[in-house]
Design a protein around this ligand. Structure first.
Ligand code: GLA
Length: 347
């Protein structure tokens, strides 16, 4: 069931709504047309409680000003692009250099998470579809483009996020969802005692600034190995060079895929609540970010947020894939529409 209410007005006066998508088991995802953001995600526990498992804000104005990307749809290019430039079909494109001379998340002020999308409620599918048009050259990226992001809540406990993109020119399409999960509740403090498994035998090694070197080292025998479940706290602060560079896990894992389709790639288990989240995707990579740089500040319901209070599992093409020929290409265009699905399933 889907209900709609007002979520405020943007600073330039646009009205924004909050769509609540519920399933028959008491799960509820609240999503807004501002930034196609997942604001709240209520998950029932075996004990009969309902926990909101994503960090966020009560007020639209906080989403407008915050740099944390809580719940955000990031696009058109998530993660980092080296030197904030890339070449497609012989033409070089320059985009915003907003982190150490590189690009992070396309644009922190005008990117996909900072604009109002069109919204359509699909009652028959229990989903809401947000759509966004981008003109050729918007944010420096080529192509007249249309994107959609659909949030669907199923009776199997799934929040499915389906992305599509069409363009009249070849361009970069690499959207992700940047939710910070805490399966004991967004207001429960550190998530470091929760357990993470990622089905990945390799990861993209990085240099300072978190740009991949192109090497894909094996996780085996290192603190990066999450092929079996480990508490985040177990190795997050190990003196392992790759982890020191990012003050804890903040790496793209190379998913050990078994099919071309949507398959299970990660699992998180709460420390206390009993909630388990499975992640499914058809994409080749997943950025595990342990919330190492969450600023100390106030979030939903007056909750006090700080470092490591939420973790992100951002499914994606590898960071800087547009400049690394060996990485699977994030180029889509007239002959190659973009269509990808990620599912966060709660059990
Ligand atoms: C972005 C990225 C994360 C992490 C933080 C660091 O949010 O998505 O993976 O690198 O920046 O602040």
């Amino acid at each position: 069931m889907i209900t709609v209410k007002e979520f405020g007005k943007t600073k330039d006066g646009k009205e924004v709504s909050l769509y609540s998508i519920k399933n028959s088991m008491g799960m509820q995802a609240d999503v807004t047309d501002f930034g196609a953001i997942l604001v709240n995600l209520f998950v029932p526990t075996a004990g009969g409680d309902k926990l909101d498992v994503v960090l966020g804000y009560d007020k639209l104005s906080d989403y407008e000003t915050s740099g944390s990307c809580f719940g955000a749809t990031i696009g058109p290019s998530a993660n980092r692009i080296k030197g904030a430039k890339f070449t497609i079909n012989g033409t070089e494109y320059s985009i915003l250099a907003n982190e150490n001379g590189n690009n992070l998340h396309s644009d922190g002020e005008h990117g996909f998470h900072k604009v109002v999308w069109d919204a359509r409620v699909n009652d028959d599918e229990n989903s809401v579809t947000f759509s966004l048009k981008q003109e050729d050259g918007a944010l420096g990226f080529p192509g007249n483009r249309t994107f959609t992001v659909t949030y669907k809540v199923t009776d199997d406990g799934e929040v499915a996020i389906i992305y599509t993109g069409a363009s009249d020119k070849d361009t970069v399409m690499n959207l992700t969802n940047h939710s910070y999960f805490n399966l004991d509740g967004h207001d429960s403090g550190s998530m470091e005692e929760s357990t993470v498994m990622i089905k990945a035998d390799r990861y993209t090694e990085i240099v300072p600034g978190a740009i991949p070197t192109g090497n894909l080292p094996e996780v085996a025998g290192t603190p990066m190995d999450l092929t079996s479940p480990h508490k985040v706290s177990e190795h997050c602060d190990d003196a392992f060079e790759q982890l020191v560079l990012t003050s804890g896990y903040d790496h793209n894992y190379v998913i050990s895929k078994e099919t071309d389709g949507v398959e299970k790639v990660a699992e998180v288990m709460a420390a206390k609540s009993g909630i388990i989240m499975e992640v499914y995707t058809d994409l080749p990579g997943i950025q595990f970010y342990a919330g190492n740089f969450i600023d100390t500040h106030t979030g939903k319901g007056g909750a006090s947020y700080a470092r490591r209070m939420g973790l992100c599992l951002e499914t994606q093409y590898f960071p800087n894939a547009i400049n690394e020929p060996a990485f699977e290409s994030p180029v889509f265009g007239p002959n190659k529409p973009y269509n990808t699905t990620t599912i966060y399933k709660f059990i």
